[in-house]
Unconditional design. Sequence first.
Length: 266
Amino acid sequence: MLHYKTHQVSDEAPWVVFVHGAGGSSSIWFMQIKEFVKHFNLLLVDLRGHGKSKQLAAMKNERNYNFEDITRDILDVLDELGIRKAHFVGISLGTILIRNLSELAPERVESMIMGGAIIRLNVRAKVLVTVGNLFKRMVPYMWLYSFFAWIIMPKARHRQSRMLFVNEAKKVAQKEFMRWFKLTYQINPLLKYFEEKDTGIPTLYLMGDQDYMFLPAVEYIITRHTNSYLQVIGNSGHVCNIDQPREFNTRAIKFLQELSPAPAAA
């Protein structure tokens, strides 16, 4: 089972599940915990091969896996803790997993908050994926990851979030990185399906105004999907929960409280 951490306010408070992106870990939510725990029970998971879930990947000893496998890892944790329904907060690739979870088990999803959401790959992103697949066995994987991080988060304002993800990615074993990179072959058809299907689940997209690779697709998707809303955070890049944590927290918590008011911590 995935490594996870919980912070529980009360038995009555709603649960919020945080899902990080590829190369990260649950530690990337350190700027959210203090504010969210005032209102909600929190569950933070380390995806397989990441953070303290390295043992899971080693035990399973799988050559490859897919998005469904990784999503069901999260569902296993919910089952272990007896959480029947929760709000989900994701960043970057974590938003794809949350969206996939809403397909596999829609009855478990109260709402979705998608930070730096990946809805569609633009031309630049597709080129990056192609280049990565061409060179993934020829150059050290951290060179590739650092290069991708710089392309996605190029500005000086993004330095903290860029360095945090690069430093977290260093903890991921090369074999595990290769398994995750192979998932890029599955992304396009999966995203196309997500774009065409409207879940109707309350969804808030929180995007940085400097997230040039992914913001345009979100601006388009909210015109097609019901119950979906976009808020753009100024002076922020792809990883908006780190670039502008106060804005991210305030907007996300307000959205969740409007859906299911929670008792404050004693």
